[in-house]
Design a protein. Structure first.
Length: 371
């Protein structure tokens, strides 16, 4: 294991809430995690019935921990779509304690490539739903569809998060998301219209929803194709957004900010060269009013490996490594604050490949943040 820098160190041994082949599912992918006001840590993911494929019978499941991720309770189904797909969990804990879970659904036979090519009907394509729990994830309400409020008709592919959403100090709920357009230009490939970023907003605790910013690039040939995204509220009130791009050049990640709670961006997404690594999802977390901004994601540019925590002390303008967990294969991740001095990291990893387990690791952070 790479040595931790001053101010950050791992606590105890990792725990494994999800392992491929267990709990009646062949594979578990796409982690997301939150902590409730009672101290319960919730670990969400996609439970894939038949294998690692992104289509088929998939449901959103959750496990609960009442000891900050050291041990986990039984698997609970949070969102189910029968033999079809429910996925891309984007949970958020409201100040009331209610846990909202925004997610997407589509027909099990519909592959991402077919959806992007426009070969899938609107009924069978990507649709957006929300459910909630008022008992720390033990039980979940029937899901409600909100597609008409947050998805434009010309969008084909659509994904919420994945990873935690957030409630701003104003009370607004912000869910980072992305979409694809139907314009298959010569530079986009046969299965891939241009990607863009957007977010979902709710100003009434999830009862109604609307679209926030929509970023489809700045009209130049060097447009950034913002894809899976994550967000944090900075101490000065700005919303910081960080997204993977669909190409490692000019950078595998891009970022942007909003000064009006996600309604608009101050400028289109720009490349973020300080976050080297493969094309992969990542997570950001702001550590309170005076702490640093954290980013988790694999750091090996050659492939999905070397899960690393990185830190910014200038609101995401620059980043530096804080701690590398190990050099094993690793992919998607999500960060959660546990208390004033600890964060949790829920991430895909394994010895032979990154999708063998979803593992939880607790890290201690000094008052001044990682170094």
């Amino acid at each position: 294991m790479t040595a931790a820098g001053p101010g950050t160190r791992p606590e105890g041994t990792p725990s494994v809430p999800f392992r491929a082949g267990e709990d009646g599912h062949a594979s578990f992918r796409i982690p997301a995690t939150v902590r409730t006001p009672t101290g319960t840590v919730l670990a969400f993911c996609e439970a894939r019935a038949a294998g690692q494929a992104d289509h088929g019978t998939i449901r959103v499941v959750v496990k609960r921990s009442t000891d900050d991720g050291r041990t986990w309770g039984p698997l609970v189904v949070a969102a189910d779509n029968g033999a079809d797909l429910a996925g891309n969990p984007a949970p958020v804990v409201l100040r009331t304690g209610r846990v909202l879970l925004v997610h997407v659904r589509n027909a099990g036979h519909a592959t991402e490539a077919a959806i992007r090519r426009g070969e899938v009907s609107a009924e069978d394509g990507r649709r957006v739903w929300v459910t909630h729990s008022d008992d720390d994830g033990l039980t979940w309400s029937p899901s409600t569809e909100i597609t008409a409020d947050v998805k434009r008709p010309e969008w084909r592919w659509y994904a919420t998060g994945p990873g935690h959403a957030l409630q701003l100090r104003s009370g607004r709920v912000v869910v980072p998301a992305n979409h694809s357009l139907s314009d298959n230009g010569p530079d986009n490939g046969p299965d891939n219209g241009p990607d863009g970023g957007h977010c979902l907003l709710s100003d009434d605790a999830g009862r109604t929803w609307s679209l926030g910013y929509v970023d489809d690039g700045d009209g130049t040939t060097a447009r950034i194709a913002a894809n899976e995204s994550t967000a944090a509220e900075l101490p000065d009130g700005r919303l910081y957004l960080n997204a993977r791009t669909m190409s490692p050049s000019p950078a595998p990640r891009a970022d942007a900010s909003s000064e009006d709670g996600g309604r608009t961006l101050t400028a289109p997404f720009r490349p973020q060269p300080h976050l080297a690594g493969p094309v992969c999802q990542g997570s950001v977390l702001q550590l309170g009013a005076s702490g640093p901004l954290l980013f988790s994601g694999p750091a090996d540019p050659a492939g999905r490996a070397r899960m690393t925590l990185r830190v910014s002390t200038d609101a995401g303008a620059t980043w530096r490594p804080a701690h590398t967990l190990d050099d094993r294969p690793a992919a998607y991740s999500d960060l959660v604050r546990l208390d004033a001095r600890s964060v949790g990291l829920l991430y895909e990893t394994g010895d032979g490949g990154p999708y063998e387990t979803i593992t939880f690791r607790r890290l201690t952070v000094s008052a001044g943040g990682p170094a």
